[in-house]
Design a protein around this ligand. Structure first.
Ligand SMILES: [Zn+2]
Length: 345
């Protein structure tokens, strides 16, 4: 039994890890939820090639990735500038920014886990391209790239895609990471992510897959079951600083993690995936390192982690699973997707 407090060095907070015997690794029969057989093309999908979107624009017959400005943006290059003045001490400002959608693949029933590794690489290259282009806008302080996968995280359209917010401010969690990275660098003269990666490699129990340039692991300080972090071994502040070889390696490592996720319960595994790059407001942020964080909302096939009193009201995460056990479960999954195993006894 694990019953301890673990320090989250990037978010600067304690995690309560209480992994009891009754929540031991999932070993029973798995009854996956009925998985609807999706078509390759859905005439009602606003992301499929050739279809008309809410804006009236028609998607091109794209063959690889396809990005466009979100038809229902939460931030805009032309937000209403005449805002109502709040009463009292409160303050506001225009929601300036750019919200984009990136389709990963023309096929409606595809996913990163089902693509070949070249397809995953093309998606990562599109992430890099979007990051570089949006970061040039002087109004953009942070380029936030994220994918929500699955109905359990509120995605009703299964067409493989992610969203990109180019924001006029820096995301709160990035600010916290920046502060932690900067003070760690001043204290010990090393970068925090470099120390996290070397600690994970030295321990080894939570490593999921290690490539030449990238490593994926369930962090010691995981707040969610099956939470995974993917980080470069070398100092790279953002996705634009990754070389072509590193992008290839990232594609292989990410692909491998996502296949293991789907294989775990033989179902499309829901998650929130976020890219953490340095801000693009002109600062150098030399103590910071690029990484990917993946947060699965489920602890078991039909059991989701609910955020409640401690998390919502106190900012204290309760983890009732052991990161070492969850990492071992993930690592033991085959590297070939279950949907590609048919007929290969
Ligand atoms: Zn579609």
């Amino acid at each position: 039994m694990v019953w301890e407090l673990r320090w989250h060095p990037l978010y600067q907070e304690w995690i309560i890890v209480a992994a009891h015997r009754q929540t031991r690794p999932w070993v029973g029969e798995v009854i996956p939820p009925a998985e609807a057989d999706l078509p390759e093309y859905d005439p009602d999908c606003y992301l499929c090639p050739g279809n008309v979107r809410a804006s009236g624009e028609r998607n091109p017959n794209y063959e690889s990735t396809f990005a466009f400005n979100n038809d229902f943006p939460c931030v805009s290059l032309n937000p209403p500038l005449e805002l109502s003045q709040p009463v009292g001490i409160y303050r506001n400002r225009p929601a300036l920014g750019i919200a984009r959608v990136l389709c990963y693949h023309p096929k409606h029933n595809m996913s990163l886990s089902l693509m070949d590794v070249d397809g995953v690489k093309r998606v990562i290259e599109a992430w890099r391209e979007e990051f570089i282009r949006l970061s040039m806008d002087p109004n953009v302080a942070y380029v936030f790239i994220f994918e929500n996968r699955g109905e359990v995280v509120g995605v009703s359209n299964p067409h493989p895609h992610c969203q990109i917010y180019a924001l006029s401010f820096i995301c709160k969690l990035i600010e916290r990471e920046l502060e932690a990275c900067q003070s760690h660098f001043e204290d010990v003269g090393r970068r925090l992510m470099e120390d996290i990666v070397s600690s994970e490699l030295a321990d080894g129990r939570r490593i999921i897959v290690e490539g030449d340039a990238m490593v994926a692991f369930v962090p010691y300080f995981a707040r969610y079951a099956y939470e995974v972090m993917i980080a470069p071994k070398a100092h790279r502040r953002d996705i634009a600083e990754l070389s072509d070889e590193e992008i290839s390696d990232l594609a292989e490592v990410l692909h491998c993690v996502l296949i293991k996720y789907d294989n775990l319960w033989r179902m499309p595994f829901p998650y929130v995936l976020v890219l953490h790059s340095r801000p693009t407001d002109g600062g150098s942020y030399d103590a910071y390192d690029f990484h990917i964080e993946i947060y699965p909302p489920l602890r078991a096939p039909n059991l989701r982690k609910y955020l409640a009193g401690p998390e919502i009201g106190g900012g204290v995460f309760l983890s009732d699973t052991s990161p070492e056990e969850k990492a071992a479960e993930l690592r033991s999954q085959p590297n070939m997707h279950y949907k590609h195993m048919q007929g290969t006894a």
